[in-house]
Every structure is written in C-alpha cells, then in structure tokens.
Design a protein around this ligand. Structure first.
Ligand SMILES: C[S@@+](CC[C@H](N)C(=O)[O-])C[C@H]1O[C@@H](n2cnc3c(N)ncnc32)[C@H](O)[C@@H]1O
Length: 260
C-alpha cells in the first residue's frame, strides 16, 4: 500500500500528541470574540488528529465534531475526551464527509487545511456552516532564525535530503505555494476578516527535538537509513553548538474568514 504524506501522522500518533504544540490561549480567545462564539456553540474540527485544537474549544464549553481518516490519531482523541458529551469524531476524509442536516457555527482546521482537497475544501466548509458562520485556519509556524545551529542544520539537510525545509513542523501552510489569505480571497464563499497572531518559543533538548521532527510528514517519508543519518547529524549539531538544546521561535497564526 502506498503511504500518502497526509496520512502518515497516525504512525506516530502517541508521540504526536505528546510533542506537538497546542495553540496559544490568547489566539483562541481572540478567535472566539471575532467569530462571536457563545458557550455551547458548535465547532467542526477538520483534520482533528489527536484533538490538540479541539481541546481549547471543548474546555471553553463548545461542542466539537472532529473529522479525521486516521484511526491512530482518532483513537487518542477519543481516549482524551472519553465520556465528554461535547466531543464526537467521524473517522472519514473531509472530501467524502457530508454534514447531513448538521450545521456548525465555526469550522476550524489546525495544521491541517493544506492536506484537504483544494478543489472542494472551501465548498465543503461553506456547506457545513450556518448563516453568519466562520472558518478559521490555524498554523504554528517556525521562524527560521539565522543562528549557528541553523547553519549546521542547513548543512545536515543539504547532505542527507533533497529539497526539504530544515525545520520543525509548521513549515507548510499550502501545498500549492500560495498563502492562506490568498486562497481565502479566491474562495468565493468566504471573506477574510482578520489574521490573529501570537509569537511564542520553545526550547527542546536534543532527544525531544528529534521526537518532534519524527512526527513531521516529510521526515516520516524518508527511508529509515536516510532519516537515521539525518537525525544523527542534527543531534551532533545541537549537542556540539547548542550544548544539547535548541530554541525554536514560532508564530501562531489564525486566519479568520466569514461566510458570505
Ligand atoms: C498535522 S495533523 C493536525 C492535527 C490537529 N488538527 C492538530 O492541530 O494537531 C493533520 C491531520 O489531518 C488529517 N487529515 C489528512 N488528510 C485529511 C482529510 N482529507 N480529511 C480529514 N483529515 C485529514 C491527518 O490524519 C492528521 O490527523
């Protein structure tokens, strides 16, 4: 069976849930204000994975339906919210899912919109929304700072990979080279209201950084020997230059769009 890049996350679902970042509270709170969410509002979480984005909406009293085709990721989300009536999950591709008679106040996607079918995703989101509903697309993106470790990592990637960005998850927001706000502008059912942003950072020990990279789809698709050589070179760079730690600067962006 061919491994498809968008579905490899389930191979490392437990690690994914442990090491992947959530989204800053201030971003979620600003999104809730911009989209006029009230307690009990209904949220469709597209590509919900292990429920990292669903969690802050559930903890604020909203009802979340997650959509994800990965049984590995879904198992963890279901375990996380076991017994919570505000979480449901449909194990299905977004492109084959239908809302039936359900309509949602908000459709969200965290690190996942770029995996949805570009020909149908905005139409599917629009069909799932109530009048005056919103679509919000979240990404945590690593800022590639010019540092001595970064230069050594660039060398490691150049030596062991072809054409792969030298960084942690979040280097991808579109698969066709366009920015989310451009794609929203071209989607005839949505109008961009705002982009909510928050900078944050994390420092990882060498092993933790390698575990994080191991959840990234392009790193998963490397064959084992190549990934292992790359990871050895990355570990050497962090140990030798950073004394066993690497700091990563992130920016969380939420693209808030209104159904027109
Ligand atoms: C990078 S993970 C993001 C998970 C979660 N939203 C988060 O914020 O951590 C991308 C998720 O999208 C899911 N996915 C990929 N293609 C999909 C599709 N066509 N329909 C629904 N989910 C999909 C994957 O299985 C994976 O769980």
């Amino acid at each position: 069976m061919t491994r498809r890049q968008r579905t490899v996350f389930g191979e490392v679902a437990e690690t994914y849930d442990e090491v992947r970042a959530s989204y800053p509270d201030s971003v979620i709170d600003n999104v809730a204000v911009l989209t006029a969410l009230e307690s009990g509002s209904s949220v469709l979480d597209v590509g919900c994975g292990t429920g990292i984005l669903a969690e802050p909406f559930i903890s604020r009293g909203h009802k979340v339906l997650g959509i994800d085709p990965s049984s590995g990721m879904a198992r963890i989300a279901r375990r996380k919210f076991a017994g919570n009536p505000n979480f449901r999950l449909h194990l299905v591709d977004f492109q084959t899912w239908s809302p039936g008679s359900d309509r949602f106040d908000l459709v969200v996607a965290g690190q996942s919109w770029h995996w949805m079918d570009p020909d149908t995703r905005f139409h599917s989101a629009a069909s799932a929304l109530r009048d005056n509903g919103h679509l919000v697309l979240f990404w945590n993106t690593a800022n590639q700072m010019e540092t001595p470790i970064r230069a050594a990592l660039d060398t490691a990637y150049a030596e062991h990979t072809t054409d792969m960005p030298a960084g942690p998850p979040g280097s991808k927001t579109g698969l066709n080279g366009r920015e989310p706000h451009e794609e929203i502008a071209e989607a005839d059912r949505f109008e961009l209201l705002d982009v909510v942003e928050e900078a944050w950072s994390a420092t990882y020990a060498t092993d933790a950084y390698l575990r994080l990279l191991g959840t990234q789809s392009d790193h998963r698709l490397l064959d084992d020997s190549r990934r292992s050589a790359l990871f050895d070179a990355i570990a050497d760079a962090i140990d030798d230059i950073g004394g066993g730690h690497i700091n990563v600067q992130y920016i969380c962006r939420a693209f808030v769009a209104k159904l027109t």
